[in-house]
Design a protein around this ligand. Structure first.
Ligand SMILES: NC(=O)c1ccc[n+]([C@@H]2O[C@H](COP(=O)([O-])OP(=O)(O)OC[C@H]3O[C@@H](n4cnc5c(N)ncnc54)[C@H](O)[C@@H]3O)[C@@H](O)[C@H]2O)c1
Length: 377
């Protein structure tokens, strides 16, 4: 696979790592991105990498049909990254999330069905959020179970861990595979799963190959420091630089699968170049669960400071407790094995952050928006 790749949302965090890799692998690249103010700030910073040779940059929007028509000219493959990405924000900006994530993906397929084109493969960045809580084991029966979202009442009583609805036993988290139950618990997750269905069915019907990547918590250099609605490590990094305490929700023992953006873009690139189109969904993560407390402390150390965390007991309705990926399919189908350890990745991230202007700490503003809607205590 070679030729011209259209990367939607290519000026964003993941795109900024993928595009240089595509160029050095011999692809030509076109980006379709409006440089949204929520991600890039009113005056975009750190976009020097975009000045690289060979990038055809269209400042445009995936919700606009004519922008797709223009962007798809002579394109051989698409990496569809453009999206609104704030889980909490999606709960009260429902139509906007649906339009940018779901409807725009439908528009892409609609245009592909109507204009002459030469697109042979579509790579989609989906999200682990589609699994909701994901897979757990019942401690006594060892049965694989899928707890539903934790209720606001349970969270208010500090019952953080998912329990079996019948026996009341606390469940043990296990790695979620692509065959496990899909159970979106937020509007964002619902739109990402809708994107998957649209791409799978639309591409199959038009004979276009596809690869759907379910990304875990991606972190690393160039993650937006302006967007308070997503990116826990970016939010923490601003607080660390300001000398503020790091507020840990729940008891701080909730965990995520943190994967460095370099490993993620290796997977996306492989999904594009592998000879036989995957035509399926593939988890991308480190395969390791890390508590938020641990990552907060390690990130602080990467800045050369002593950890200063405070457990707030706060919670957000719809947040999951734990989730980490089974990454065997990633290895089997694409031969990709994540390489960047958490320690190395956090150091790379911290070193980059220190070269950036100190952004405003907007976490409280984002939290207040949730409280106003009774989505946070
Ligand atoms: N970063 C993560 O942890 C993570 C995890 C799971 C899935 N994903 C998915 O990966 C993709 C990229 O995420 P990211 O972290 O790079 O986000 P990002 O916010 O840094 O980048 C998204 C880019 O999309 C652009 N964009 C926004 N609205 C657009 C529109 N209407 N038309 C075209 N472009 C638009 C933004 O300007 C931005 O440059 C998204 O689809 C996201 O859902 C990310």
């Amino acid at each position: 696979m070679s030729g011209l790749v259209l990367v939607t949302g290519g000026a964003g965090f993941i795109g900024s790592h993928l595009v240089p890799k595509l160029l050095s692998s011999g692809f030509k690249v076109r980006i379709l991105d409006p440089l949204s103010a929520q991600v890039h700030g009113q005056v975009p910073v750190d976009l020097e990498w975009l000045g690289g040779t060979g990038i055809d940059f269209i400042r445009g929007d995936v919700t606009v049909r004519t922008d797709w028509e223009r962007a798809l000219k002579d394109v051989d493959s698409i990496v569809h990254l453009a999206a609104e990405t704030g889980t909490g924000q999606s709960m009260y900006q429902v139509a906007r999330y649906n339009e940018v994530n779901t409807q725009a993906t439908a528009l892409m397929l609609d245009v592909l069905g109507k204009i002459p084109h030469q697109v042979k493969r579509v790579v989609l960045s989906s999200s682990r959020s589609i699994y909701g809580e994901g897979a757990y084991l019942h401690p006594r029966t060892q049965q694989r179970v899928y707890p539903s979202a934790r209720s606001a009442a349970a969270l208010a009583k500090a019952q953080w861990d998912p329990v079996c609805a019948e026996t009341g036993d606390t469940l043990d988290v296990v790695a979620t595979t692509e065959n496990d139950l899909v159970s979106p618990a937020s509007i964002y997750a619902a739109t990402k799963y809708a994107q998957e269905d649209l791409v799978r069915i639309g591409c199959q019907s038009m004979g276009i190959g596809f690869a759907i990547f379910r990304l875990q918590n991606v972190y690393g250099e160039r993650q937006s420091l302006n967007n308070p609605y997503t990116g826990i490590l970016s939010i923490f990094s601003t607080k660390i630089r300001m000398g503020s305490e790091l507020p840990l929700f729940e008891d701080g023992e909730e965990s995520r699968d943190f994967v460095h953006v370099d490993d993620v873009t290796d997977a996306l690139l492989q999904g594009l170049v592998v000879n036989s189109s995957p035509n399926t969904a593939i988890n991308v993560g480190s395969g390791v669960a890390t508590s938020v407390r641990h990552v907060a402390e390690e990130l602080t150390r990467a800045f050369g400071k002593e950890p200063n965390v405070v457990v707030t007991g706060q919670f957000r309705v719809g947040d999951i407790r734990h989730n980490y990926a089974d990454i065997s399919r990633l290895k089997e189908l694409l031969g990709v094995q994540p390489k960047i350890s958490l320690k190395e990745g956090l150091q790379r991230f911290a070193d980059w952050v220190l070269e950036q202007p100190l952004p405003e700490d907007q976490l409280e503003k984002a939290n207040q928006e949730l409280r106003d809607r009774k989505l946070m205590n």
